[in-house]
Structures are given as C-alpha cells and as structure tokens.
Ligand binder design. Structure first.
Ligand SMILES: *[C@@H]1O[C@H](CO)[C@@H](O)[C@H](O)[C@H]1NC(C)=O
Ligand SMILES: *[C@@H]1O[C@H](CO)[C@@H](O)[C@H](O)[C@H]1NC(C)=O
Ligand SMILES: *[C@@H]1O[C@H](CO)[C@@H](O)[C@H](O)[C@H]1NC(C)=O
Ligand SMILES: *[C@@H]1O[C@H](CO)[C@@H](O)[C@H](O)[C@H]1NC(C)=O
Ligand SMILES: *[C@@H]1O[C@H](CO)[C@@H](O)[C@H](O)[C@H]1NC(C)=O
Ligand SMILES: *[C@@H]1O[C@H](CO)[C@@H](O)[C@H](O)[C@H]1NC(C)=O
Length: 304
C-alpha cells in the first residue's frame, strides 16, 4: 500500500517537473506591428494576448519609439536598429525567440526581417510568421479606405509624385524604404535606403551574413490574404514581384532573381521545406481564428 502511494507521488512529481520544463523552455515570441499603429492599440494588445492564450507561450509586442508617428516617419533602418537594441536587452529572449510580423500596410514585417538579418549580437530567431508583409516591395500607393488611414495614403501619394527616392523623403517617410518602381530600378537600387540592402539586391554589395542569418530560420511562414488590396502587387507578401522594367505580369517568388540566385537564402529555405506559402481568405490582416490556430499557433509552441 505504502509503496503504491510512493509510486504515485513519484509520477506526480515527474509530471510536475515535465510541465515546469515545458513552460520554462517554450520559446517566447514578439509581435511587430504596422504603420500608424502602436502596441497599446486594442487590436495589437488583443492580438498579442490571443496568441499567448492559444499557444501558452510568453509574448510581447515590441514598440518602436512612440508607435504611431515613429512607425510612419522614422526610416526603417533606424526602426530595425531600435528593435535590435530592444531584443538584446530582453533577458527572456536571450535563448532565442519567434517573431510574428503584422503589417498594417507592411512595415512590421520589414522591421522583422531587419531584426533577423541585420541585428549583430542579437538572440537567434527560430520561426518567423509574416502576416501580409510587402517583402518584395510595393509599386503603387494603396487606395485610401477602411484599412488604410487617409493621412498615410495621401502623404504617400504626394511624396511618390514629388520624388520618393530623394534623400529627404527616404529620411523622413518610412514607406519610401520599400517603394519599388520596377520602371526605375536604377534609382531604386541607388537611392532606396532599406529594401535593396535587406533583400541583397545591390550586385556588388551582397552581404552573406544577412543570407546566413535568414537561412538559419527554422520556419518561415508567409501569409497572404486572398482579398489583399493594400499591398500592390499582392504577391509581394510571398516575395513575388514584377520583372525589372515591366509592370506585368507578376512573377511568382521562385521566378524572381532574388530566389533563383538565392540572394537571401529563400531558395535554400524552400528546398529544405522550411517555407510555408499560406493563403487565407479575407482582406489585409483579416485573419479568422481558425486560421490563426492553424498557421500561427503551432509555430509559437516549439520547444528550444
Ligand atoms: C479584444 O478581445 C476581447 C476578448 O476576446 C473582445 O471582446 C474585444 O472585442 C476585442 N477588442 C478588439 C478591439 O479587438
Ligand atoms: C485571454 O485569456 C484570458 C483568460 O482566460 C481572457 O480573459 C481574455 O479575454 C483572453 N484574451 C483574448 C484576446 O483572447
Ligand atoms: C556584412 O554584415 C555584417 C553584419 O552586419 C558586417 O559585420 C560585415 O562587415 C558586413 N560585410 C560587408 C562586406 O559589408
Ligand atoms: C492579386 O494580384 C493579381 C495579379 O497580380 C490579381 O489578378 C488579383 O486580382 C489580385 N488579388 C486581389 C485580391 O486584388
Ligand atoms: C514555383 O512555385 C510554384 C507555386 O507558386 C510551384 O507550383 C512550382 O513548382 C515552383 N517551381 C519550382 C521550379 O520550384
Ligand atoms: C473577397 O472579395 C470578394 C469579391 O469582392 C467577396 O465576394 C468576398 O466576400 C471577399 N471575401 C472575404 C473573405 O472577404
């Protein structure tokens, strides 16, 4: 009898320890939000909480500057540097972490890639889940509408018409860092300060460290929204884009030079089965709970 009791206590202890280990080794995640947004917005706060509830992993929304204005006006290079300094100071991330990038019209995802590729001395990133990210750039100003605040699209439109690749615009308006006019590749490559570097597009300036870091991801989940209207072309969320010097047809990711010449390791990751090209119903960032459960949550439950 007594022995049975002991055996039972032993197994209860084993289970308790296993649970403790599970909790303590589950990889934390950070959420990066989009333009004209802030971590304190109810939608971002809720989303982070929802992912924590569903995955059982610790998560936090990483704020850059004051959120709203910083996301719009601070150049992406600087946003990525701030994000890098922040993650280095977060002790809970020191063993590595996962990233969920949200892109209200983009940006969270381009900062996320900056964090993965540019952050010297930062903790490793395991899984990166990208929701509606303009990975290959955007070539048109989105139409103002419910999902796009008028302030942003109006300003963007005016700046693009003025000169999106001028030093002033590049330094003062974040979206200029990923505006890619396929009919003006020369100026894009010479003057755009963010995306050409991030995508290793500049022929004599490709940095293998960026590629090595991106290739070290365990999973890259690229979520595209079937009714996407903010990101033009919508295939940019999967790294698809127009051929240089043409405005159609859009090339799928694996027909672009970025992929075939493997500038950042996308091809290597894909060949290893680590890239998930996911398409879900809904407009920009409108993701049903069952899709969140299927395409995000499993990647936040990995053990280190
Ligand atoms: C936040 O989540 C709560 C509980 O799930 C819900 O009632 C509320 O409507 C959500 N708010 C927003 C702004 O999404
Ligand atoms: C998360 O779980 C808590 C506790 O069960 C609940 O009160 C809250 O509404 C949930 N939030 C979301 C966004 O699901
Ligand atoms: C490539 O990037 C790494 C990491 O930021 C940096 O240390 C290195 O100097 C860069 N190499 C070149 C050739 O610019
Ligand atoms: C996505 O882009 C393709 C062309 O690249 C277009 O045919 C399709 O209608 C677009 N989808 C939406 C929802 O705009
Ligand atoms: C390119 O991607 C498409 C899906 O977008 C796939 O059907 C095709 O097999 C791929 N081609 C190569 C060469 O991998
Ligand atoms: C997508 O757009 C089509 C055409 O406008 C519409 O009929 C459909 O309801 C939309 N689907 C979602 C999930 O928003």
């Amino acid at each position: 009898m007594e022995e049975k009791g002991l055996i039972k206590q032993f197994w209860v202890a084993v289970v308790a320890v296993a649970l403790l280990i599970h909790v303590s080794v589950s990889v934390p995640f950070v959420v990066l939000h989009g333009i004209t947004a802030a971590c304190s917005d109810p939608t971002n706060a809720n989303f982070t909480q929802l992912l924590m509830n569903l995955s059982g992993s610790q998560g936090s929304c990483l704020e850059i500057g004051d959120g709203f204005f910083a996301s719009m006006l601070m150049p992406l290079t600087q946003q990525a540097e701030i994000a890098c300094e922040k993650v280095k100071q977060m002790k809970e991330l020191s063993q590595g972490y996962n990233i969920v990038g949200r892109s209200q019209m983009e940006q969270g995802n381009l900062v996320a890639r900056g964090l993965i590729e540019f952050c010297d001395g930062g903790p490793p990133v395991y899984n990166y889940i990208s929701l509606g990210g303009p990975h290959a750039g955007i070539s048109s100003v989105p139409t103002c509408g419910a999902q796009m605040p008028g302030l942003v699209c109006d300003a963007f439109d005016a700046l693009v018409k003025a000169d999106v690749y001028s030093e002033f615009v590049q330094d003062h308006f974040a979206p200029s860092g990923y505006f890619k006019n396929p009919m003006d590749m020369k100026r894009y490559l010479e003057n755009s300060k963010y995306l050409p570097k991030l995508s290793n597009e500049i022929p004599n300036q490709r940095n293998s460290t960026y590629k090595d870091r991106f290739t070290s991801l365990h999973n890259l989940v690229l979520v595209k929204f079937q009714n996407e209207t903010i990101i033009i072309p919508n295939d940019s969320t999967w790294f698809g884009f127009y051929p240089d010097g043409q405005v159609e047809p859009v090339l799928p990711a694996n027909k672009t030079a970025l992929y075939t010449e493997d500038w950042i390791g996308l091809k290597t990751l894909d060949a290893a089965g680590k890239v998930k090209f996911v398409s879900v119903p809904g407009g920009h960032l409108e993701m049903a709970d069952h899709d969140v459960l299927k395409y995000i949550v499993p990647y936040l439950q990995n053990q280190s």
